[in-house]
Design a protein around this ligand. Structure first.
Ligand code: ZN
Length: 367
C-alpha cells in the first residue's frame, strides 16, 4: 500500500492536521498522527479543488462538511491524481486520451496499409451494402458538407441551392413533384433528398445516404421533364446500389470504418479526400450499366418516358456524373443508349410534368 503525508482540514474546525494518507485499492484513508482513522474517500468521489501549483488540494464530492486534503509531495500527488477519477491536475488523463487518439491513428494507418495490400475495392464492395441506414446517412451528411464546399466555388452559401427565391419557388414545386413521383415508384428503404444547384455542367450525382444533386446545366440542356427525370432515375439507381457509399469507402479507406466505430466521420482528412473523389472519379462501366437498367425500369414504373434517359445520355455524351468523361459518339455510350431503348416501355401519353410545370422547372435557377 502506498502511503504519504498530507494536511487535512475536517471542515468543521479550522484545525490543520498533519496526516498520513494510505492509498487503498478503492480509495484513500486519512489517519491522524496517532493512527486514528479520520476519513475514507473512495477514488470516484474525490475531486480536485483550486490550489496553487505546488499543492494538490482535494475535496470529497457531495460531502456536506467542507473537508479537504492537501498534498505537497509532487510524486505522491501524481499517484493520487492517476487514481482519482475526477482529478486530472497533472494532465495525465489528457495525455492518456492523446495516446488513445494516436493509437487509433496508428491502427487506421495500419489498416490503410493492409487495404493497400489486399485492395480497398473488394472490401468496400462487400461492406457498403451492410451499412446500416443511419450510419450511411451520417456518412452522407459528412461527405455532403465537403462536396457542397467544393462545388460552391462562387461561395454562394445558402444561395447555391436553386429554388429558394420567390421567382424560383414554382420551379422548386415542380422539381419536388418530379422527385416525389420517382421516389414513390422507387420505394427505397431510405429517404431521398433532391436539390438543384447552381452549376453549369449538365450533371447529377448521388451521395451516400440518398442526397441527390442535380446541376442547373442538366435542366438547361434537357428538352423535357422526362429527360431530367431519366437522369434522376439513373442516380436513384446509384443510391439503390449503394455506389456512392462504395466510392466513398474506397476513397476514405478504412478510416471510415473507424469513423463508424467512433460514430464520427467529420474532421479528419478522409472525408475531404472522399468528397474530392466523389467529384473527380467515375463509376465502373458495370455500375453505370446497372444504374441505367435501374433508371429505365424506374421510369417505366413511374409512368415516364424511359427513352428520355437515352436521349439525355446522347446529349451529354454519357457523362451523367461530374467525374465522368464525355464520350460523344463513343461505342460505350451508344451501347448504353441501345440497352436503355431495349428495356424502355412504350412511350407514355402523358409527360411527367405538364407544360406549365416544366416551364417553371426550367426557371428554377433563374432567380
Ligand atoms: Zn451514373
Amino acid at each position: 500500500m502506498t502511503t504519504g503525508a498530507g494536511i487535512y482540514f475536517d471542515g468543521q474546525t479550522s484545525v490543520r492536521q498533519d496526516v498520513g494518507v494510505a492509498l487503498g485499492a478503492s480509495g484513500l484513508e486519512i489517519a491522524g498522527r496517532d493512527g486514528r482513522l479520520l476519513a475514507q474517500w473512495p477514488y470516484d468521489q474525490i475531486e480536485g479543488l483550486a490550489a496553487p501549483d505546488s499543492v494538490l488540494r482535494l475535496g470529497r464530492r457531495g460531502s456536506a462538511a467542507l473537508e479537504r486534503l492537501e498534498i505537497t509531495d509532487t510524486q505522491f500527488a501524481a499517484i493520487i491524481d492517476a487514481r482519482a477519477l475526477h482529478v486530472d491536475r497533472t494532465g495525465l488523463r489528457q495525455r492518456r486520451q492523446r495516446i488513445r487518439v494516436i493509437g487509433w491513428s496508428v491502427a487506421a494507418t495500419a489498416s490503410l496499409l493492409l487495404v493497400a495490400w489486399f485492395g480497398v475495392p473488394a472490401i468496400a464492395e462487400r461492406l457498403a451494402p451492410l451499412l446500416p441506414a443511419g450510419i450511411e446517412r451520417k456518412l452522407g451528411e459528412a461527405v455532403d458538407m465537403q462536396v457542397r464546399t467544393l462545388l460552391d466555388n462562387r461561395r454562394l452559401g445558402a444561395g447555391f441551392e436553386c429554388g429558394s427565391q420567390d421567382s424560383e419557388k414554382p420551379g422548386r414545386a415542380a422539381f419536388d413533384k418530379l422527385m416525389q413521383k420517382l421516389q414513390t415508384a422507387a420505394d427505397l428503404p431510405l429517404p431521398v433528398r433532391g436539390i438543384v444547384v447552381r452549376r453549369t455542367e449538365a450533371n447529377a450525382m448521388a451521395l451516400p445516404g440518398g442526397q441527390i444533386y442535380v446541376f442547373r446545366g442538366l435542366i438547361e440542356k434537357a428538352a423535357t421533364a422526362d429527360e431530367v427525370a431519366g437522369v434522376i432515375a439513373h442516380e436513384l439507381g446509384h443510391v439503390a446500389h449503394r455506389d456512392g457509399s462504395k466510392a466513398v469507402l474506397q476513397a476514405g479507406g478504412l478510416s471510415f470504418l473507424f469513423g463508424m466505430l467512433l460514430g464520427d466521420f467529420v474532421g479528419g482528412g478522409a472525408v475531404v479526400l472522399a468528397a474530392k473523389s466523389v467529384l473527380q472519379s467515375s463509376y465502373s462501366r458495370e455500375a453505370e450499366a446497372a444504374a441505367d437498367a435501374y433508371g429505365t425500369a424506374l421510369m417505366n414504373k413511374a409512368g415516364g418516358n424511359a427513352r428520355a434517359l437515352a436521349s439525355m445520355l446522347e446529349k451529354i455524351g454519357g457523362a451523367t456524373e461530374p467525374g465522368m468523361q464525355i464520350l460523344l459518339d463513343h461505342p460505350e455510350t451508344k451501347a448504353r443508349i441501345a440497352a436503355i431503348n431495349r428495356l424502355a416501355a412504350e412511350r407514355p401519353a402523358e409527360p411527367m410534368l405538364d407544360a406549365e410545370e416544366w416551364a417553371a422547372l426550367k426557371r428554377i435557377c433563374a432567380g
